[in-house]
Ligand binder design. Structure first.
Ligand code: SF4
Length: 375
């Protein structure tokens, strides 16, 4: 297949997803990078990721922190710990934080998030123009009034992944009960959009039972939902989940990596001015996975600022314990856009591409989706 043959309708997307020709895949990634630079520039924006708790009321069949996993050691960060993590993100001039955690709808947790959003907004930052940190929440399905409370407190982006836009596949990877309803997930996304959030979504790539048609439909779902930001990434298994224990087959690591990069590239061509995260799940499959994602058209990286002893317990999938972001950022990142040369940690492995200008870093900036701003 040649790049000139690519069409962005369903059939064209399926053909591209199924194409294994390395020359085509490389040309596709290069074209996506070119389109990204043309529409939104070379900047990568940083979101300090705070994994507030691995306690979850749900039981998704693919997830290591599902409520039914008795082997999971549970934790919940205190308000002081969350604020310390946010301060660290501000000090490193990340510009924004993401508060992510298991889905809980109890009022103590909801009020805690409200207090934290207000407290983070009140922190002094080193962002450009003294702006407070931008806040993304990723805390699952909530009643509309809870979304409103958090929005009014000052959060402005919300990530709620659909995980699969195919209702049949969604049902295969979730328990068959009202708590795990596909329709409820769609309704929550609609609520967020109507309320004025920058509502992002995303899906897993390379799941058991997933076809190229499903992946093409995921891309078209993002387009139809007019999502201003997408956080999608390769499926990485957790050995204690029912989906893994069922023995259902899924593509090997190298194929899931290639698919993950290809989905970023195709999405960039489909939606040139949205924000696309280069997922940590890519880094599990390749030591420079997030950098490769940026070169394939993504523009967001989420360095983890969760305290390390808790971070290793947030095991959505296996092998996450191998991941670390720069442990010495204050020393390493002194000065404008300076990245330490020798650091082996993922954020810093942007290395040569930082030096040659293919990647620049929007330190201290919110980096909101241009697509959202233009609506
Ligand atoms: S995927 Fe999310 S909602 Fe489902 S069990 Fe895991 S943390 Fe909970």
């Amino acid at each position: 297949m040649n790049l000139s043959d690519l069409t962005l309708d369903r059939d064209g997307l399926i053909a591209a997803i199924e194409c294994t020709d390395p020359a085509f895949n490389e040309a596709l990634r290069q074209e996506a990078y070119r389109v990204k630079v043309e529409h939104i520039g070379t900047n990568v924006y940083l979101r300090g990721l705070i994994e507030i708790s691995n306690i979850c009321a749900k039981n998704c069949l693919y997830c290591g922190i599902r409520s039914g996993n008795t082997a999971c050691q549970r934790y919940e960060l205190s308000e002081e710990e969350v604020l310390a993590s946010a301060k660290r993100a501000a000090l490193q001039r990340y510009g924004s934080v993401v508060i992510q955690g298991g889905e809980r709808t109890d009022s103590a947790f909801i009020k805690k998030i409200t207090r934290l959003v207000k407290a983070i907004k009140a922190l002094e930052t080193k962002s450009d123009g003294g702006r407070p940190l931008g806040i993304t929440l990723s805390l699952g399905e909530q009643p509309r009034e809870v979304y409103q409370e958090w929005f009014d407190a000052g959060a402005h982006r919300y990530l709620l992944r659909i995980e699969s836009s195919n209702p049949d596949l969604y049902r295969k990877i979730h328990p068959q009960d009202a708590r795990h309803s596909y329709d409820r997930r769609i309704q929550a996304l609609q609520d967020l959009k109507e309320m004025g959030w920058q509502a992002g979504t995303g899906a897993m790539i390379g799941l058991p039972y997933q076809t190229a048609g499903d992946m093409a439909d995921d891309l078209l779902f993002y387009k139809q939902f007019d999502a201003p930001m997408i956080g999608m990434g390769p499926y990485n298994p957790n050995d204690e989940t029912p989906l893994t224990l069922s023995g259902a087959a899924y593509p090997p690591d190298d194929v899931r990596l290639q698919l993950g990069l290809k989905m970023i590239a195709l999405l960039r061509l489909l939606m040139p001015d949205i924000n696309i995260a280069s997922a940590t799940a890519l880094e599990v499959l390749h030591p420079r996975g997030r950098e490769l994602g940026i070169l394939a058209g993504a523009n967001i990286i989420m360095p983890n600022v969760t305290p390390e002893e808790q971070m290793v317990k947030y095991n959505l999938y296996d092998r996450k314990t191998l991941l670390r972001d720069c442990p010495n950022p204050d020393e390493a990142h002194k000065g404008e856009n300076h990245i330490c040369k020798n650091c082996v940690f993922p954020f810093c492995t942007l290395g040569d591409n930082l030096k040659n200008g293919k990647i620049t870093v929007g330190f201290g900036q919110w980096g909101d989706s241009k697509h959202f701003q233009s609506h």
